[in-house]
Design a protein around this ligand. Structure first.
Ligand code: AMP
Ligand code: MG
Length: 344
């Protein structure tokens, strides 16, 4: 009668003393949404990690099929070419995203506004770039913004009012895909994950094992200037250093100021951290358009917006950030100002 008990005891002892299984790490790379997708997954087995990595790639590809403004087979393309004046009800998923984009446009007073298609065309941002004539710019501005396309914020119903008008999903698509990836990862047995979708990250980990990531200098991309320790959040950076067109020797970024119809001036970069990847994406674009001073004041006013502004002026870097950004910031640039203007 004693034997099974002893056996059970020794089994328990051996379980306790066994070293914890080392996590298995799988890395995967893919090209989707017009950019590089890098996936690193840690799980208890290679099979689980591989499966999760494949799911991530598949999910981002699904978003590309839904949101692409390049692929004429996408649902977004159908919305963007819908008959003028006819209300369109996109699929529930797309309707929610468009309604959300509309909300970011409203709260940012149109610093963020995805209804910039006509302006993207006028500046030929997808081609070699061209400075539009005053008349062409005026026409493009009329075919952009809230009067050109109405999006019902509660239902996502879209009505196009101008033939040149289309919604550019570039300002929130990566964030939307990453948010969905993050939700998917919650339901599988993954201990840690770092997803990089064209520079926007999703970091999943634990408080004692966060991911350490660098924020690059806005114009010298090889130079790290800040370090963040993150988990359970996304990090999005908007800037004009990497993607730009050159018109008559002047660099024009790919971020437009919908309020002027012109490319936002190149001043540096802004990095936003949020547990909602779409919010990080949309707010980074919005804050870039607002610029480092108005943007910082706006972000502080909103409350709970974790943002780091890196401004380059005559080659000199100035950093500023919201108070709530400090929870992620481990190594910060030397010169910085808070919203109240105090230099440290
Ligand atoms: P991001 O790199 O996230 O800042 O997004 C930039 C992309 O969003 C551009 O390539 C455009 O496709 C689109 N975009 C540019 N300006 C805006 C804007 N003011 N609001 C929303 N989307 C924008
Ligand atoms: Mg963005």
């Amino acid at each position: 009668m004693l034997l099974p008990f002893v056996a059970a005891l020794s089994l328990a002892a051996s379980i306790q003393s066994a070293p914890p299984a080392a996590p298995q790490v799988v890395a995967r790379e893919a090209w989707t949404m017009g950019t590089r997708l890098g996936v690193v997954i840690e799980a208890t087995s290679v099979a689980e990690a591989t499966h999760a990595a494949e799911e991530v790639v598949r999910e981002v590809e699904r978003f590309e099929r839904m949101l692409s403004t390049w692929d004429p087979r996408s649902e977004m393309h159908a919305v963007n070419t819908a008959e003028l004046g006819r209300p369109i009800d996109p699929s529930p998923e797309l309707a929610l995203l468009l309604a959300e984009a509309e909300r970011y446009s409203r709260i940012s007073s149109a610093a963020f506004d995805s209804r910039i298609g006509a302006l993207v065309d006028a500046w030929d941002l997808r081609g070699a770039g061209v400075e539009p004539t005053a008349d062409a710019l005026r026409r493009a501005r009329e075919a952009a913004g809230s009067r050109s396309i109405s999006v019902d914020e509660s239902t996502g119903t879209v009505i196009r009012h101008a033939s040149a008008a289309w919604i550019d999903t570039g300002g929130f698509g990566k964030g939307a895909a990453l948010r969905s990836v993050a939700r998917g990862l919650e339901s599988v047995n993954v201990s840690r994950a770092l997803i990089d979708l064209g520079g926007q990250l999703w970091a999943q980990g634990s408080a004692d094992e966060p991911w350490s990531v660098h924020v690059a200098h806005p114009t010298e991309r090889q130079r790290p200037v800040a370090r963040l320790e993150i988990q359970g959040v996304s990090v999005a950076t908007s800037g004009t250093s990497e993607r730009f067109i050159e018109i008559d020797g002047v660099r024009r970024g790919h971020i437009l100021d919908p309020r002027t119809g012109r490319p936002a001036p190149a001043w540096g970069s802004v990095t936003v951290v949020s547990s909602d990847a779409l919010e990080a994406d949309a707010l980074a674009t919005a804050l870039y358009v607002m610029g480092p001073h108005v943007g910082l004041a706006w972000a502080e006013r909103q409350g709970g917006v974790d943002a780091l502004f890196l401004q380059v002026d005559d080659g000199e870097l100035t950093a500023s950030w919201t108070r709530s950004m400090e929870q992620w910031l481990i190594d910060a640039p030397q010169t910085h100002t808070h919203q109240d203007g105090n230099h440290r």
